[in-house]
Structure formats: structure tokens, C-alpha cells
Design a protein around this ligand. Structure first.
Ligand code: G
Ligand code: G
Ligand code: MN
Ligand code: NA
Length: 249
């Protein structure tokens, strides 16, 4: 298992990198943006997913440092990788919102990388919203003013009341993949009902919706029939390295 000192050494050597999974229009597969997903490019063990080290990073207080290492890397490639209207989603752990200067840090990085604020979006899970809603509301407002939009990740699995969506000015709902995986099976109707409810909610609140974890054509078709326009998943593309992404274009 990875230890704290392994993580520190890896961080010093800039071994924490983003992989990129396309977010696409379901109808034609055209890419609207990418989700940046952290990987550890370990010198002996190869590419490690977050499950192998996130708990150690959280427990040792290194999460924020690792996140910024990945964010900076992802933001630096935006001018080379993205069209002006494409964006990159960054995954945020709750503890970032304890930092009062998070918006300034983004502005600095955005200016340094020469990108537009709307080319960066932030994904948070519902758990992050429960922690300190006053402080988080203020941070979200400032980010929104800068032009950075917020997406609610793993939507449907947490505990947030619907009032959060309004209060926090969410731009996007990401439907958790647990609702997508049994969509095409006709005998399982509850997931279809959940997705239909999320679509109705998003329409009334004017929020964008992204379906996660789409693995089959049938799931894609079912989502299109329910009015969902955007998604990501292995059916379209796996998370891939920057090099693989460039090579595949
Ligand atoms: O890519 P993968 O499926 O292995 O990601 C597993 C989990 O790790 C996901 O829940 C995702 O939200 C989280 N994760 C991935 N990249 C990052 C990151 O850069 N920062 C944080 N805080 N979490 C991440
Ligand atoms: O929690 P979050 O939604 O950020 O996590 C995204 C995770 O989902 C990443 O670990 C990514 O590798 C994984 N993922 C992306 N597409 C698919 C998919 O089609 N199927 C499955 N099972 N996992 C996926
Ligand atoms: Mn995510
Ligand atoms: Na998610």
C-alpha cells in the first residue's frame, strides 16, 4: 500500500497528473469538454487510480496540494488541447472550500495559462455542500462572478435537498452512473423514472445535465429518448493520458 512518504516523494517529483475523459453530445459524439481525473504516474507501479492513494492523501492533509498539482497541469494544456468553446471539469474535494483565497488562486492560474474562466468548471459532490454552506455559498458566488461554473457530481446518490441547487446556483447536474447502468433493461423502471425526474428538474431550473458512466449504445439511446443531451462513459471514451488524447485526434 502507498504510504504518506511515498506520496510526498511523488508530489515533489510532479508525478500526479490528469487523465482526460471526453464529455460528448450524445447525438453525435462531438466533444464539448473533458473531465480531468487524477492519476499517479508511479515510477515502479505505473499509472495508479485515485482509489489506490486518495484515502492516504486525505488522511495526511495532502489532498489540496495534489489537487492543485493536477489542476495546474490540466489548465496548462487547455490552450493546446481545447477549442475556445470547450472546457475542462476539475474534481474538488470538500476541504478546498475552507480556503478563503480559492477564487484568487483560480484567477491567477487562469491568467498565467492564458485561458478563459469559462474553460474551467468545478465538480463537487453533495457531501461538500453539507459541510459549511454559508462559506461555500460565498465561494461559489465569487467563482460564478469570475465565470467559473459549478457542476454537482454523482447527483442522486447524496443527501442534498433540492433547495441547494437553487441556493448554490449550480450550472450542471451530473447523473450518477448507478442510474445509468440499468437504464436499457426494460424490466428495471426505477432508474428511468429517476432520470426522467432529474431531466424535469433541470429544465425547470435551467441547468445542464451530463449522464455519467454510459457503457452501451442502448444506454445512450435511452438517455436521448429522455431528453438528455450530454454524457460521458466508456461507450464513448475511457479516461486517457494527454499523449493518448493528442495521438487519437
Ligand atoms: O478516475 P476514477 O474513476 O478512478 O476516479 C475515482 C474517484 O476519484 C472519483 O470519485 C473522482 O471524483 C475522484 N477524483 C478523480 N480525480 C480527482 C481529482 O483530481 N481530485 C479529487 N479531489 N478527486 C478526484
Ligand atoms: O466520482 P466521479 O464521477 O468524479 O468519478 C468518475 C469515475 O468514473 C472515474 O473514476 C472514471 O474512471 C469512471 N468512469 C468513467 N466512465 C465510466 C464508465 O463508463 N463506466 C464505469 N464503470 N466507470 C466510468
Ligand atoms: Mn467527477
Ligand atoms: Na460523478
Amino acid at each position: 500500500l502507498e504510504t504518506e512518504s511515498d506520496l510526498r516523494r511523488g508530489a515533489n517529483r510532479q508525478e500526479f497528473i490528469p487523465y482526460f475523459q471526453p464529455i460528448v453530445r450524445l447525438i453525435d459524439g462531438s466533444v464539448v469538454g473533458y473531465e480531468a481525473l487524477m492519476r499517479w504516474n508511479h515510477p515502479d507501479k505505473g499509472i495508479l487510480p485515485p482509489g489506490a492513494f486518495l484515502h492516504v492523501a486525505e488522511a495526511s492533509g495532502m489532498m489540496e496540494m495534489l489537487d492543485w498539482q493536477v489542476f495546474e497541469h490540466a489548465m496548462r494544456v487547455i490552450p493546446h488541447l481545447l477549442e475556445p468553446d470547450q472546457y475542462i471539469n476539475l474534481n474538488f474535494s470538500a476541504r478546498h472550500f475552507r480556503s478563503p483565497i480559492i477564487d484568487e488562486r483560480f484567477v491567477q492560474l487562469i491568467n498565467k495559462c492564458g485561458i478563459q474562466p469559462r474553460q474551467v468548471r468545478i465538480e463537487v459532490t453533495e457531501g461538500a455542500l453539507l459541510e459549511n454552506s454559508e462559506q461555500i455559498g460565498a465561494v461559489f458566488r465569487r467563482l460564478h462572478e469570475i465565470g467559473i461554473e459549478i457542476a454537482l457530481d454523482d447527483f442522486g446518490t447524496g443527501y442534498s435537498s433540492l433547495s441547494y441547487l437553487h441556493r448554490f446556483n449550480m450550472h450542471t447536474l451530473k447523473i450518477d452512473r448507478s442510474f445509468i447502468c440499468d437504464l436499457e433493461a426494460n424490466e428495471e423502471r426505477s432508474s428511468t423514472d429517476v432520470v426522467r425526474a432529474i431531466m424535469a428538474l433541470s429544465t425547470s431550473q435551467r441547468m445542464e445535465v451530463v449522464a455519467e458512466g454510459i457503457e452501451t449504445q442502448g444506454q445512450r439511446d435511452a438517455l436521448i429518448a429522455l431528453g438528455c443531451e450530454l454524457g460521458q462513459g466508456y461507450f464513448f471514451a475511457r479516461p486517457q493520458s494527454l499523449e493518448a488524447l493528442i495521438a487519437g485526434r
